[in-house]
Design a binder for this molecule. Structure first.
Ligand code: GUN
Length: 376
């Protein structure tokens, strides 16, 4: 994997760059649509490619390991072939999903014992077996096995957990060297900064992660319920320490406003379920704010879903029609809303990139934040 830093914004820490892997070029800043179980919910791969056009999507080790199971992915020749996606894929390690199971998991130094949400069976993840599973899934970028701490988190717990995440990272790195890639293309490995919302822990963790000298770095443990200002403060501290010549991935973030604010702090990569999940609940993101399409006020509004939107659904359907689909609980409503929201997120990061390259990112970002902070 290669990262080229193309331009730095003069008035913020924003950067435009490009990542090149064996599955193509990823222009940064980038938003990665989430395809947890080898499917971006509600969107065909063809629509994803032609209408939304992301350079990279995300899959989840936890879910893919449980279903269809690693063995099936190996027989298929890896996740790209299994789901017919020939562009980049990143897999998260399961650290976050296992954290979300809260009552159904037990964390120890050796690893995490957890109960499957599918059939209640017990499984054990370790840094070592998670590296093997990610080799078999075969994503282009794979993530370290970490513990994502909750918010709020007691200082001593956060510190102990961060240190364990660092020891787990060392185990991941040692083991990866022993497990060759399976499908003939490279896999880049990203370690993850933790440290909850404590400045000193974030600094220590960023230094530890940077010193491991991997090809890219990630920040975890944010967007777990903390106020946005705390998230930005942590991102800022960590970005000052992480090397400039490597991509920085902020995991699980966030709203369109969170994304622009974090781009301004030096983040290059994002993923979040928000555009897809909220779409299924009738929430649309637009450049002028959010829309609850289920609202009666749209009942006879025959204007396009989003006249400025980049996808075909934005101009081919009206708000009244989309509201009707939600009222009638039709699948198509969720599909249209999902395509719209993903199209909007992709548009947002591409515009950010254009403005960084043009040198006017900061005033553009400030205008966008103001506009997007409205409910329509
Ligand atoms: N996704 C969002 N936050 C996190 C995190 O802290 N760790 C991992 N592995 N994935 C995440």
């Amino acid at each position: 994997m290669k990262f080229d830093l193309l331009k730095k914004d003069p008035l913020s820490k924003a950067r435009a760059g490009s990542i090149t892997t064996d599955h193509g070029v990823i222009e940064t800043p980038i938003f990665m649509p989430v395809g947890t179980v080898a499917s971006v919910k509600g969107v065909h791969q063809r629509e994803l490619k032609e209408d939304i056009n992301p350079d990279i999507i995300l899959g989840n080790t936890y879910h893919l390991y449980l279903r269809p199971q690693t063995e099936i992915l190996e027989k298929a020749g890896g996740l790209h072939k299994f789901m017919n996606w020939d562009r980049n894929i990143l897999t998260d390690s399961g650290g976050y999903q296992v954290y979300s199971l809260s009552a159904n998991r037990k964390i120890k130094e050796e690893g995490v014992k957890f109960k499957s949400h599918i059939d209640g069976s017990y499984h054990f993840f370790t840094p070592e077996n998670v590296m093997e599973i990610q080799r078999t899934i075969g994503a282009d970028i794979i993530m370290a096995f970490d513990e994502c701490t909750p918010y709020p988190c007691d200082y001593n717990y956060a510190k102990r957990s961060m240190k364990m995440t660092h020891r787990w990272l060392d185990r991941c790195v040692t083991h990866l060297d022993k497990v060759p890639v399976k499908y003939g293309y490279d896999q880049a490995f990203f370690p993850i900064v933790q440290g909850s919302c404590y400045k000193d822990l974030r600094q220590q963790s960023a230094e530890y992660i940077a010193n491991t000298n991997q090809v890219g770095n990630a920040i975890g443990g944010l967007s777990v319920g903390e106020p946005a200002e705390e998230m930005y403060a942590m991102t800022e501290i960590v970005c000052e320490i992480l090397p400039e010549d490597k991509p920085r991935y902020l995991m699980g973030v966030g709203t369109p406003i969170n994304i622009l604010e974090n781009i301004a702090l030096g983040i290059d990569m994002f993923d979040c379920v928000m555009p897809t999940r909220n779409a299924r609940n009738g929430m649309l993101f637009t450049a002028n704010g959010t829309i609850n399409i289920k609202n009666k006020k749209w009942e006879a509004d025959f204007s396009p879903v989003d006249e400025m939107g980049i996808t075909f659904v934005d101009t081919e359907y009206t708000k009244a029609y989309l509201r009707h689909l939600f009222a009638a609980n039709e699948y198509l409503g969720k599909q249209i809303a999902t395509i719209h929201n993903l199209g909007f997120y992709m548009w947002l990061v591409r515009e950010a990139r254009k403005h960084i390259l043009a040198g006017d990112f900061k005033p553009w970002k400030e205008m966008m934040v103001k506009n997007m902070n409205q409910r329509l």
